[in-house]
Ligand binder design. Structure first.
Ligand code: UFG
Length: 342
């Protein structure tokens, strides 16, 4: 029996594949490299010394997807095949809803046809909108998303709730990620955004590299300790491990639909991240204070107790490691580009 991973060469998908392979699972990856590179397949093999099946397909293509279910005995599906750029989603709502929502629907429909009903969904803390309370628990009201990306996550969560209500032989975990950063400690896989990054950590690292001149800090007048936005940054390897624990939970528990926050429970400001990055990498990160960014909230961090109690999962890596590993990936990636045969 195999686990199907959609979007398995992307940032979070690839790190989760590594953890699944390390846990001895058989894996089938599908990806169309819309926001990732083919080389990631080899990097995963290099890290894990393990092999897996791969199909270059778009998960919206029902016939191609069915073929994967025909050719493999799939027991569970982890869905990472989503577009994720907040700003781009405002420009391209149809593309975002098509890929994220329609893609999930095609996938769930094909799963139903093949009687595969174990599903782990990558959701986001963005579904909480401007959160009612901090730290954010899973009981906080969801809604009030401010962009199609966030709304697509909200819609899919609702679809999953409706699906489970209609047929309680499904077994579903909804994982709400806080702010994933960092890279695998090998420096072989990490985050490679296309174009100018939107997110803080990739922006900081490109400034440190000298590719971008300075960081714009979006607002220093929030009601936070230093006035800049506070977020719950989580190391991507900790996040990946959360998926293994969620899968174990679905394997042993009676069927259900479970929702978990995956975060550290700690909030750090933009300036905390800049200072820590400078300290651990010994690089300068010049910045200037700019007006607030539309749609941003002051503070977001998780209450991760539910995941701790029910999944026996908690994060292990702090912000120093997040910064160190981000930088390791940048340096290694640059070397690989200079010496592609290394
Ligand atoms: N920030 C800057 N300058 C930048 C980029 C970001 O000051 O160039 C600040 C933001 O204002 C915010 C913090 O850094 O205070 C984090 O911003 P990110 O863009 O890295 O992350 P967000 O919290 O805005 O959004 C992230 C993901 C979304 C996800 C959301 C969940 O990008 O996919 O977390 O809350 F939905």
């Amino acid at each position: 029996m195999s686990i199907l991973v959609t979007g398995g060469t992307g940032y979070i998908g690839s790190h989760t594949v590594v953890e699944l392979l390390n846990a001895g699972k058989d894996i089938v990856i599908i990806d169309n490299f819309s926001n990732s590179k083919r080389e990631v397949l080899d990097q995963i093999k290099q890290i894990t010394k393990k092999d897996f099946k791969f199909y270059e397909i778009n998960y919206l293509d029902r016939e191609d997807l069915k073929n994967v279910f025909e050719e493999n005995k799939i027991e569970a599906v982890l869905n990472f095949a989503g577009y994720k750029a907040v700003g781009e989603s405002v420009e391209k709502p149809i593309e975002y809803y098509m890929n994220n929502v329609s893609g999930a629907l095609v996938l769930l429909d094909v799963m139903r046809e093949y009687k595969v009903k174990k599903f782990i969904f990558s959701s986001s803390a963005t579904v909480y909108g401007d959160p009612q309370t901090i730290p954010i628990t899973e009981e906080c009201t969801i809604g009030g998303t401010t962009n199609p990306y966030g709304t697509s996550k909200l819609y899919i969560e609702q679809i999953l709730q409706d699906l489970y209500k209609s047929d309680n032989s499904w077994d579903i975990a909804i994982l709400r990620y806080f702010n994933p950063v960092g890279a695998h400690e090998s420096g072989l896989i990490g985050e490679e955004p296309n174009g100018i990054p939107n997110n803080l950590m990739p922006y900081i690292s490109q400034v440190a590299e000298g590719r971008l001149k300075e960081l714009s800090v979006f607002g220093n007048d929030y009601s936070t300790p230093d006035g800049t936005g506070v977020r719950d940054y989580i190391h991507v390897v900790d996040l990946a491990k959360g998926h293994i624990k969620a899968l174990e939970k679905l394997d042993k528990e009676s069927k259900g639909i479970y929702t978990y926050n995956l975060g550290t429970g700690k909030g750090y400001s933009v300036l905390d991240m800049v200072k820590t990055f400078e300290r651990v990498t010994n690089k300068k990160v010049p910045y200037k204070i700019m007006p607030r960014r539309a749609g941003d909230i002051a503070t977001s961090y998780a209450d991760p107790q539910k995941a701790k109690q029910e999944l026996n999962w908690q994060t292990e890596k702090g912000i120093e490691e997040m910064c160190e590993d981000t930088w390791k990936f940048i340096v290694k990636n640059k070397d690989n580009k200079k010496h592609p045969n290394n």
